[in-house]
Design a protein around this ligand. Sequence first.
Ligand SMILES: *Cc1c(COP(=O)(O)O)cnc(C)c1O
Length: 713
Amino acid sequence: MSILSPCSSQPSAHAEDGVSARLAGPLQPLASLAYNLWWSWQPGGSELFAAVDEQRWNASGYNPVKLLRDVPASRLAAVSRDVEFVARSQALAGALVEELRKPWAEDTGPTPQKPVAFLCAEFGLHASLPIYSGGLGVLAGDVLKEASDRGLPMVGLGLFYRRGFFHQRLDRSGWQNESWIESNPEELPMRLEVDAQGNPRLVHITLRGHAVHAQVWHVQVGRVPLFLLDTNVVQNAPVDRWITSTLYIGDRAFRVMQYAVLAIGGLRALRMLGITPSTVHLNEGHAALASLELAREAVAAGADFERAIAAVRERVVFTTHTPVPAGNEHYEAQELLDLLGHLPAELGIDAQRLLALGRPHPTDASQPFGVSELALRTSRRANAVSARHEEVARQMWQSLWPGVAFENLPITHVTNGVHLPTWMAPEFRELLRRHLPAGWMEGDARAWAAVDGIPDAEIWAARRALRARLVDYVRTKSIADRLARGEPISYVEGAARTFEPSVLTLGFARRVAAYKRLQLLVRDPDRALALLRGPRRLQLVIAGKAHPSDEGAKRLVQRIFGLKGGEGASSHVVFLEDYDLAVAHELVSGCDVWLNLPRSPLEASGTSGMKVALNGGLNLSVLDGWWCEGYEPQTGWALPAHPDLGEEAQDAQDADALYGLLEREVVPCFYGQSEGEVPCAWVTRIRASLRKVGTTFTTRRMLGEYIERVYRA
Ligand SMILES: *Cc1c(COP(=O)(O)O)cnc(C)c1O
C-alpha cells in the first residue's frame, strides 16, 4: 500500500484509539477530523470543535486531540444528542473522506509512487502543533496544505521537538523571559509508525561513531503525510535522546546532529516506509546533508563518487530562504568530521574531497563547511524566494561557479506565497464567495476582476468587523498579560479601554531580529507619540519574540514596550506577548496597515504582509523581498531602499520617510470622509491590493511555479 493512499491516514495508533474510544457512535467522525489537520483550513472547522466545549477548546490551545481527551464524558454525551452538531460533524468528516479519495494530479511530474520529499527543519501548520519558530516553518506548513489541496504528490520530512516553541513573557520592565512547555505527543494530532507487534519502527544513523536511533511520527495534513523524526527513544543514550529535544537548539554540536537526523534519518525513514522520492526538496540549507546520504546510496550501489554526485544532482532541488549569514550555517572541518567521520570511506573519497563540497572555495582548506554551499553544489535547481532575493543570492554565491557569467548562474526564484484558505478570515472569504465567480480560490485573474464590482460599503463593513474583533482580542489579551505581569489593578482594568474599533490600526509583528529594524518605530519618540495622540490618531499593536540568547533583541523589545509609557499613548500602543500562529491570525486579519521595515536587501521575501492583504489590510513597507513585486502605487505604500548608504544613514532616512508617509498620506486617506462614511479612496486601495495578492502571492501560484520551474525542470 502506498503511504499516500487514503487508508494510511485512518486512525490506528494507541493515542488515537484512546480518543476514538471516548467518542460514542454519532461522535466518531470527530476522531478522524482531529487526527488530520485538514479541519484547520476548512470553513467551520474550528467552530465545530469550539462547539464541543468552548472553554476547554480555548484552554487546549485550539487542539482537538487534547480537547477530546480532556472533555468530560457528560459533555460528550450532551453534544452527541445535539442533532445539529452531529450533522455538522458528519458533513465535515464526510467531506474529508471525499478529499482523501480524490485522485492525485497527474501532470505535475511526481507521482504517488514517486512523490516529492520536502525536507524542512520546522513546520508551522497550526498553533496546536508547536514545532515552528517563524516564517520558514509557516511557509513549509502552507506548502504541505497547498500540495494536499491541489493533489501534488508530496511527503514532508521534519523533526519532532518536544520543546518546539518557547513562550514569551515580559516582566513589568518589558524584559523578555522564556519558558518551555514540553509537548506531550499523546496530545498531538500524530501517531507513531509501528511494526506489526505495535513497536515503534526505528531508523538508525551513525553519528560520532555510534548508532543513533529515531522513531517516526506521522502527521496527516489533508492528503499529504508529514513524518517527524524523534531520537527520544530508550535505545539511545541520554545525550542522543536530547538531539531532537529543542528547535534550533543553541549548542552547535547538537544543532548539526539535528540536521543529520533530519536529512539522513529522514531519507532512511522514507526507505523504511517504502517511499522512493523522485525529487528531494531541501527547503533551506539545514537539510543539505541529505545529498550526502543519496550519494552514499549511489556509491553502495556501485557508482564512483563523481557519478554518484551527478546522480544526486538529478534528484535534489534547493530553496535558499535568507541572505542573513546566521541563516547560512558553517561548520569547521573538525566539527563535521567528528560527526560524520565514517562518511568519506563510505563514499570512497578522502575527507578533503568531502569538505570541498561545502567550502566556498573548494581548495582552500582554511574555509569552513557551509550547508548552503553543499546544497547549491549538489542540486539540479536552486531557487531564491523573490526576484530581488535571486539577485542577492547570485551575488552571494557567484564564486561557487568560477567562469560562469552572472546571468547564467543556476539560481532562479519562486516568490513565496501564502495558503489562502488558511489565512483569509471567514468574513472576507464569505464576502468574496458572494461576489466572485468560481475560480477565485485558485487565483484565476478573471474571477478576481470582479473585486471591482463589490460595493464600497460591503468591503468596509468586512474591514470594520475584522478590526472590531482585533480590538476585542487586544483588550482581552492585554488584561491577561497585565495580570500575569503583576501590574497594578488600575492599569489592568485600563486594558478594557485600550484601542477603539473606529481608529486606524497599525500592526508590526515579526521575530525581533536586527535586520527587521523594529527600532525605527521609536527612533523619534515625539513624532511617534504625536501620531498616537493626534485628533485623527492611530493605534499600534506590536508582537514579536527575541531569540532567547539575543540580549540586544531583548533590550529592543524593552524599548518598544516602553513606548506605552508615553503620556496619552498607553491606550493606543499594545505589545502582545507570545507571538504565535494564533496571535498572527488575529493580527493579520484585523490590522488596517501592516508595517515592514527590513534593512534592505536582507528580507528575502516576507509573507505576513501577504496575509494582511488577503484580509483587506494595506502594506507600508520598505521596498525589499516580495514587496518589490507586490507594490504598485494603488496597492499600498513603499519606502525606497538605500542599500548603499551606511546603516545609520539608512535608519535616519527610513524613519523620517515612515513618519512622513503616515502623516501626509496614510492618516488623511483613512480619515478622508466625514464620520460614519466610507473612505472611498482607502477602499479603492483595498481592492487593488486584494486583487494583486489574491492572484499572485498565494501558494496556489507558488506551487504551480515550483512544479513548472523546479520539480519538472
Ligand atoms: C507569516 C508568519 C511569519 C512570517 O512573517 P514575515 O513577514 O516573513 O516576518 C512569522 N511568524 C508567524 C507566526 C507567521 O504566521
